[in-house]
Design a protein around this ligand. Sequence first.
Ligand SMILES: Nc1nc2c(c(=O)[nH]1)N[C@H]1C(S)=C(S)[C@@H](COP(=O)(O)O)O[C@H]1N2
Ligand SMILES: [Mo]
Length: 215
Amino acid sequence: MVLGLLGLGAVGVVTGSSVQGGLSRLLAPVQLRDPTGFTSLVPLGNTWRYYSVTGSVRPRDATSYRLKVSGLVDKPATYRLPDLQALHQTAFTDDFHCVTGWHVPDVPWSGVRVADLLDQAAPTADAVGVRFHSFDGTYSVNMTLEQARADDVIVALSMYGKPVTHDHGGPVRVYSGSMYGYKSTKWLSGIEVVRHNDPGYWEDRGYPLDGFIGE
Ligand SMILES: Nc1nc2c(c(=O)[nH]1)N[C@H]1C(S)=C(S)[C@@H](COP(=O)(O)O)O[C@H]1N2
Ligand SMILES: [Mo]
């Protein structure tokens, strides 16, 4: 039961650091399913957790998926999955760090740089930040325009050489190599260019606005 909650493929919601910490103390090391589907005996520190602040999220596929780039831009655009796949893909391997303490080393990512999408959209002179929206209907988070343009901030289409799974926020999620996981919006539906760098879902609940790993 508890193992099911922690397993990546399980339908379960892990809401906060207190829950996470309590389970970690009770259960490490423990058997967990890793993203490749194998089961291994690993310390609880180095595995993925499934996170959703809304419980279950209705999946979107290659037909139903849309990414809207909107707000303070001269050229708003709506991308379908094949449109994103046709753009230049940036690939790199980097760790994933949740601010609650767990991390997963050496994850191969690829996707479209947010900077490339912003260049296409042509932000207006009064643009200061971007707000990433999720089709879960609730989650959103900001970055400054400068942060969002960094080389390691992508709209990720693939993890481990395969399409981003639904549980990991696919078909399209954000990944920022330099920032904690809460900056990486799952089930990405919109990139809105905005006038203020406002706090997002977790930042309203106490996490730092910048979110750089180690700060
Ligand atoms: N839409 C959405 N995106 C989200 C979250 C969430 O709950 N909902 N949680 C964030 C946090 S705190 C982390 S650590 C990662 C977890 O990613 P994972 O579920 O692929 O492990 O997603 C981030 N993006
Ligand atoms: Mo997190």
